[in-house]
Design a protein around this ligand. Structure first.
Ligand SMILES: [Zn+2]
Length: 216
């Protein structure tokens, strides 16, 4: 944001697929605010405890202390009136209330920064991030690199047999794919194969995961 007069808040959103560096970009912006002695608070969803319970950690290992919340409205209860900058990581896991919460914080004069997946494992808009983009002042869309061909990757390819909207995981569960290499039906096909091979087995059961690991 270039010129902001007075105590006006705003919303910045950083979107893109997994492995595009969203958390690293959020950490970079938050660190710069901290260097300028702005009061910063950082939140992340309790569902996403991939690496540590108290810090945002990007895949490269950068870390910054954060507070865990299970849904967006908890952020309003935890934000101090004196906080100037609010960072929210993995916003797609915080529910529909996210848009309202970010709007309220920006209206209070705070700079709000949110990262999130804008599309899901099938390439569909991943609410509430698309609605947040509509009300944001600034949007940064990052790309990853396609694991298959090296082209710019806009998609998060799910590699495991599950059709749940939210399956938290990193390397081995997902990979970045370009629009040419993206297979939106892959997770569905794996579930079908698994049911055919083990009619009574629940989704994500060990035999299917082993079979898939062996085939890669
Ligand atoms: Zn590709």
């Amino acid at each position: 944001m270039d010129i902001v007069k007075g105590n006006m808040g705003w919303i910045e959103v950083i979107v893109g697929p997994m492995f595009s560096g969203k958390s690293e970009e959020l950490i970079r912006r938050l660190r710069r605010a901290e260097i300028a002695r702005q009061r910063v608070q950082i939140f992340k969803p309790a569902i996403d405890q991939r690496y540590t319970a108290t810090g945002i950690v990007s895949h490269s290992g950068l870390e910054i202390a954060s507070e865990l919340v299970s849904e967006a409205h908890e952020i309003l209860l935890k934000v101090s009136p004196r906080t100037e900058v609010v960072g929210i990581d993995e916003g797609q896991f915080l529910g529909d209330g996210l848009v309202d919460v970010c709007t309220q914080l920006a209206d209070l004069g705070k700079r709000v920064m949110v990262t999130g997946l804008d599309t899901d494992f099938m390439g569909r808009p991943f609410e509430p991030i698309p609605r947040l983009l509509a009300v944001a002042e600034e949007i940064t869309k990052l790309l990853a690199i396609c694991v298959r061909c090296g082209n710019p990757a806009v998609h998060t390819q799910r590699l495991v047999a599950s059709e749940e909207l939210i399956v938290v995981g990193a390397t081995g569960t997902y990979e970045a794919r370009c629009r040419r290499c993206f297979e939106p039906m892959l997770a569905h096909q794996k579930v079908e194969q698994q049911h055919a091979a083990h009619p009574s087995a629940p989704e994500g059961s060990p035999p299917a995961i082993k079979a898939q690991a062996a085939s890669r």
